[in-house]
Design a protein around this ligand. Structure first.
Ligand code: NAG
Ligand code: NAG
Ligand code: NAG
Ligand code: NAG
Length: 387
């Protein structure tokens, strides 16, 4: 069950059978679980340890309660891989994993939380996605309704100016309500507090460039500066991402019949411009899968990553016989020459049940795995850097 791949520098910290962590505790995890886990061992060879078996559940970050729910869905209840991804990611939406998934996090410039989610079925190559979904908490479940109850791929629910959430124009919301979901505000005191602090801080940071008044010092409304004045002087102030600010749950499930599904759910970038859609609901960017090959899902700086479709790239590199970790790294390497400071990660699995991950711009990236052989555990990869 152990395969050695001398090319891949890898350090894994294996945490078998620890108690399910409440999301958001990654930074304290070792401390929290030290008394409870049976054993922890650290492997530091030039190897990658692979425990390939099906079914397989793998998801970004240490969102373990999602992993466990997906496992119960596909293994215990023998439901489909698609259902397992939806059930698993739905846990994160309800638990507001790190406040970057689900309601009450990442308020936009109007103080509203909107949700992006996608589910893809590798058996049928069918996809359902929602983008900028307002007033409905169950984003990935609504995405499954788009997959199962429409011939469309993505519904978008945003009307930038009017703040009535269900005014004509919030089409994805109307669809969701028709499908039986609850119409409710996604604001919480927490998200309103973040928004108020941002307003009080002259709307810093934000995502505007080449506008006046100066977006580095002043709130909007803005207007574009003339083309003659556009120069490299304007730099985007990046938001903190990475440890402690994980931004998406991405999940892959492969059932014992080798049916592959992949999906994502997120509330996007904090202080995003209203109407912004990130990489998570974009097929080939947030996730991609194909029953003949495997699957990938990405997390990170979505505005940059969606320009490269890293999940599609990783699946195509699998098709070209790369190992999962090498396929993930090759996908991210496409981005680096253009955006050397980008932060992101990708998880990859092939239909044998071999899996891996790659990351850039952080020290390491944790992801959660569940198979019969491994149980549920969090693994970490060291991120590559080009120097
Ligand atoms: C949804 O809730 C909002 C706010 O309470 C309300 O204005 C709107 O009419 C509701 N829409 C539907 C379709 O129920
Ligand atoms: C939210 O804030 C309001 C007003 O400050 C307060 O009355 C309410 O108890 C708070 N709710 C929670 C859940 O903290
Ligand atoms: C905008 O404000 C920042 C911060 O004060 C300053 O460094 C920059 O020079 C300003 N840009 C322009 C074009 O005035
Ligand atoms: C999955 O990846 C492993 C490790 O690279 C490889 O041994 C296996 O053949 C791959 N499976 C398929 C179906 O390509």
């Amino acid at each position: 069950m152990t395969e050695y791949q001398p090319t891949a520098q890898f350090q894994a910290q294996l945490v078998p059978y620890g108690p399910a962590q409440k999301s958001g505790e990654f930074d304290n995890m070792d401390q929290v679980s030290s008394t409870k886990i049976i054993f922890v061992f650290i492997i530091t060879f030039q190897t990658q340890v692979i425990f390939a078996s099906l079914p397989l559940v793998i998801n970004t970050w240490n969102f373990r309660s999602s992993t466990i729910k997906a496992w119960e869905t596909v293994f215990t209840n023998k439901q489909s891989a698609v259902d397992a991804v939806v059930e698993g990611c739905s846990v994160c939406e309800r638990e507001q994993c790190d406040t970057t998934v689900g309601y009450g996090g990442s308020p936009d410039e109007n103080g509203e939380t909107t949700l992006d989610a996608m589910i893809m079925d590798g058996a049928t190559m069918n996809i359902g996605a929602v983008a900028a979904l307002r007033n409905v908490k169950d984003a990935i479940a609504v995405a499954r309704n788009v997959l199962q109850n429409t011939k469309h791929t993505m519904l978008v629910g945003y009307q930038p100016i009017m703040l009535d959430p269900c005014a004509v124009g919030s089409q994805a919301t109307e669809f969701a309500i028709q499908m039986g979901y609850t119409n409710e505000s996604l604001r919480t005191n927490y998200s309103q507090g973040i928004w108020q602090t941002w307003k009080d801080n002259s709307c810093q940071p934000n995502f505007w460039v080449n506008v006046q008044p100066n977006s580095s010092t002043t709130c909007g409304p803005y207007e574009p500066i003339s083309n003659n004045d556009v120069n490299n002087f304007w730099t985007r102030k990046e938001h903190k991402f990475g440890s402690g600010h994980h931004d998406t749950i991405g999940m892959i499930v492969i059932d014992s019949n080798k049916n592959v599904a992949a999906g994502t759910s997120t509330n996007g970038a904090r202080h995003k411009i209203p109407g912004r859609v990130g990489d998570s609901p974009i097929p080939g960017s947030g996730a991609y899968c194909d029953n003949t090959v495997g699957a990938a899902s990405a997390t990170g700086d979505g505005d940059v990553m969606m320009r490269f479709l890293p999940a599609l790239l990783a699946v195509e590199f699998l098709r070209a016989n790369m190992t999962p970790s090498n396929a993930g790294e090759a996908a991210l390497r496409r981005i680096v020459p253009h955006y050397p400071d980008f932060v992101g990660a990708v998880i990859v699995a092939n239909i044998t049940g071999d899996y891996g991950a790659a990351c850039h711009g952080m020290l390491e990236f944790p992801f959660s795995v569940y198979t019969e052989l491994t149980g549920n555990r969090v693994e970490r990869v060291k991120c590559f850097s080009v120097n």
